[in-house]
Ligand binder design. Structure first.
Ligand SMILES: [Zn+2]
Length: 113
């Protein structure tokens, strides 16, 4: 199990993820926070993928400020938001899913394959 982890960097209000295959995703911090997969934010998705967000948190400006992030288990990123929220674990698979849903902007600053 030594899948190379992508390089991650916070650039302005965006999180840049550079995959080992040369792809780069740029997520705005706000869209990442809104996509927080933790049970508190989202509730469990049902079989149709709908989420029953019972009490969707109210966001404050601090909610979209990233204090730090760290790798968890070698496959996921945990974000520590300035409002104290840190229970969302974003697996690489989930980040790819977000990207496919159009949550990120893909700026090809590098060469195109
Ligand atoms: Zn959350």
């Amino acid at each position: 199990m030594n899948t190379p982890l992508p390089h991650v960097a916070v650039v302005g209000g965006e999180l840049a993820i550079a995959w080992s295959n040369g792809e780069e995703y740029y997520f705005s911090l706000a869209s990442l926070r809104e996509a927080c997969p933790c049970a508190l934010c989202c509730g469990e998705p049902d079989v149709m993928g709908h989420r029953s967000s019972l009490e969707r948190e109210r966001f404050s400006p601090e909610s979209f400020l990233l204090k730090k992030y760290q790798w968890v288990g070698g496959y996921a990123l945990q974000f520590f938001w300035s409002d104290g929220h840190n229970s969302g674990i974003y697996s690489l698979e989930y980040l790819r899913t977000l990207h496919q849903r159009g949550c990120s902007t893909q700026i090809s600053r590098s060469h195109k394959a």
